[in-house]
Ligand binder design. Structure first.
Ligand code: CP
Length: 303
């Protein structure tokens, strides 16, 4: 079964399939017979981009979407997530899209359910569909990732995007460096630190991250303006970037903190392109997860 839980579990072939399929959708390719599927979207953490781009992707593919609200479902009465998923399976759901605040909420679930789980973000752990849309955005710009330098900047320790992206970018041949406050570094990546003033001169991609206050146990000590000057992508630093280099951010952006307000929609910024690519990537992921499901194939849903 094709769960999508983390980027580690995806082969390079799977990644390429998804990127190619997303590119086909961008070019206008239509899918047939996806209307036989029903997908449950379960979001237990706030989301704008991921939640609504999954809904948009399902709509475009003709898939019926069931949006399960934690606050109005029987989870409120103490039902476990497993029993909720099993119930939805019996109702006829073909896949689950789940965002959850707990790291690896899917451990112990994925092996027990009978339809794919697509991870829409787990705590500080993984955000594979964000990673895939980031790969597509970089590929659109540079064609190949081999030899590129990507600098990931900011609250790395609490970022599921940094974790998901760093490994796959390296697997695909990019050099990945990190910048930001050292107390938010992951131990194994300390050797790959680069100061911001050097990073802007070196990077082909500056991947900026929001400070994940909601995952901090103590509040940030630096005032926002001081953080911006020390660790942020300021207007002055942007002027030292290479002519072809781009700015990415998974968003939401805290304007004026990790990224200058003026740079959010500047000529180098691909932030809203990332959002647009997110719909096509999620269409491709749904196609991948559902159409290679053996049971669905056996039931003749695919030609
Ligand atoms: N990038 C991202 O996951 O955004 P949302 O939290 O709005 O889904």
């Amino acid at each position: 079964m094709n769960h999508l839980l983390s980027m580690n579990e995806l082969s390079l072939n799977d990644i390429q399939y998804i990127l190619n399929k997303a590119t086909d959708y961008i070019k206008g390719r239509k899918e047939h017979r996806m209307q036989d599927f029903m997908v449950a979207n379960l979001f237990f953490e706030p989301s704008t981009r991921t939640k609504f781009s999954f809904e948009a992707a399902e709509h475009r593919l003709g898939i019926k979407a069931l949006n399960v609200e934690g606050s109005t479902s029987s989870l409120q009465k103490g039902e476990t997530l497993y029993d909720t998923l099993r119930t939805l399976e019996e109702i006829g759901v073909s896949a689950f899209v789940i965002r959850h605040p707990q790291d690896r909420y899917f451990d112990g679930l994925a092996e027990k359910v009978n339809v794919p789980i697509i991870n829409a973000g787990d705590g500080c752990g993984n955000h594979p569909t964000q990673s895939l849309l980031d790969l597509l955005t970089i590929q659109q710009e540079f064609i190949v990732l081999q030899g590129l330098t990507v600098v990931i900047v900011g609250d790395i320790l609490h970022s599921r995007v940094a974790r998901s992206n760093a490994e796959v970018l390296r697997k695909m041949g990019a050099k990945v460096l990190f910048s930001g406050p050292k107390e938010w570094f992951v131990d194994e990546w300390r050797k790959d630190f680069i100061p911001m003033d050097e990073a802007v001169k070196t990077a082909d991609v500056m991947m900026m991250l929001r400070i994940q206050h909601e995952r901090h146990t103590k509040s940030m000590l630096l005032p926002k303006e001081e953080y911006h000057q020390k660790f942020g992508l300021t207007v002055e630093r942007e002027q030292n970037m290479k002519s072809h280099s781009i700015i990415m951010h998974p968003a939401p952006v805290n304007r004026g903190v990790e990224l200058a307000d003026e740079l959010v929609e500047c000529q180098r910024s691909r932030i809203f392109k990332q959002v647009q690519n997110g719909v096509y990537i999620r269409m491709a992921v749904l196609k991948w997860a559902l159409t290679t499901n053996q049971e669905a194939v056996a039931n003749g849903l695919f030609t």
